[in-house]
Design a protein around this ligand. Structure first.
Ligand code: EPU
Length: 335
């Protein structure tokens, strides 16, 4: 284990914020992790750094989980159980599965971040969420270093939610995730409008896993900035789920407002629409801004600080509540 001091985290967060870690160490095995946790209590866990905004330096030991490895742990005629260690890059894992003809996560192509953090916020895109193929995950309890296996039920997944963001926050470090994927008779989920359009454009009638993945990649590349070129953390806000009464009030003034029914009493409204209508799409404030193709994504044009991006996000939230009576919540973790 190599301990660094006063270490820049710029390359370790997709927003590209130049915050410093008082100390930094990368961990490559579960044994190393257990040893470290025995001796260090005041730590900050860092996975792929793709879902956080660093607004200050971290005056702690930052532990970067870099445990690699993918392994098939069980298989039958129809399904395969694939275990990926927490430090595997998510998109590499998706491509590995497509290559082997394992189906179920192709719609989640090109999402930044590492495997270990995917269950924490139940990542999702184009009609698919991680919970749909999640089988179990293994996590180390920080105070006892015991490894615990969580099945799907015990993760209590919701829209961008899980037990790891709530009741068990900061108590466990996920070390691996096991997915149950299809080996044949794949259930392709192409119902999301943009995927159908993209496949039709390419004249694909019977898409393969690879075709769906390529369609998703094309859509994402057209809408979402590549963090390597323009710092960002994907959707900065969650799409708000609001009571029907609030929705009725808003729609009276904004009849074009899109919405998706969640239950008899709640609807989900695209935050990107609210932000665009409030005039923020494509705006720039110094080096912080709102992406020109997807208003839900805040971007760092180079040297924005986390505080500057946070200030823009607060401005957006206040404007939206005043204009529509709807409050929008950050999806990224603000540190
Ligand atoms: N919209 C606008 N303007 C915008 C963006 C969106 O009006 O600038 C409206 C449109 O009405 C559009 C609707 O929002 O039809 C939905 O837009 P989109 O399909 O781009 O999806 P989203 O709701 O904005 C969510 C996820 C994305 C995911 C896409 C596709 C959240 C917070 N975000 O965005 O996830 O890729 O659906 O499934 O749920 C992420 O979490 O980092 C992420 C990128």
């Amino acid at each position: 284990m190599i301990f660094e001091t006063n270490f820049s985290l710029k390359e370790y967060n997709t927003f590209g914020i130049d915050a410093k870690a008082e100390q930094f160490v990368a961990i490559h095995t579960k044994e190393e992790l257990a040893n470290l946790l025995k001796n260090h209590k005041d730590i900050f866990i860092l996975g792929g750094g793709s879902n956080m905004l660093l607004t200050k330096d971290i005056n702690k030991l930052v532990v970067h989980i870099d445990i690699k490895g993918i392994e098939v742990i069980d298989t039958n005629e129809d399904f395969v159980w694939v275990k990926a260690n927490a430090g595997e890059n998510w998109h590499h894992f998706v491509l590995y599965c497509i290559e082997k003809n394992y189906g179920g996560i192709e719609n989640l192509s090109l999402i930044p971040g590492n495997v270990g953090t995917t269950p924490i916020q139940n990542i999702g895109a184009y009609g698919v969420e991680i919970k749909d193929t999640f089988f179990s995950c293994e996590a180390m309890k920080i105070d006892t270093q015991k490894l615990v296996t969580f099945d799907k039920e015990s993760c209590t997944f919701g829209y961008r939610e899980s037990v790891f963001k709530n009741e068990l926050k900061n108590q466990y470090i996920i070390t691996s995730v096991t997915f149950k994927l299809t080996k044949r008779n794949h259930t392709l989920n192409t119902s999301y409008g943009a995927i159908e359009t993209e496949l039709a454009t390419q004249n694909i009638v019977s898409p393969t896993l690879k075709d769906v993945s390529n369609a998703v990649i094309a859509i994402r590349e057209s809408k979402l900035p590549n963090p390597k070129e323009l710092g960002n953390s994907g959707s900065f806000f969650k799409n708000p789920i609001i009571p029907i009464e609030i929705y009725k009030k808003a729609i009276a003034n904004y009849p074009d407002m899109p919405h998706y029914k969640i239950s008899e009493s709640e609807v989900k409204v695209p935050a990107g629409w609210l932000i665009e209508q409030a005039g923020f799409k494509g705006k720039r404030f110094g080096d912080a801004g709102i992406h020109k193709n997807q208003a839900l994504v805040l971007v760092n044009y180079g040297n924005a600080t986390g505080e500057e991006i946070l200030a823009v996000s607060k401005d957006i939230q206040e404007t939206i509540i005043n204009k529509f009576g709807i409050s929008i919540e950050a999806e990224v973790n603000i540190i």
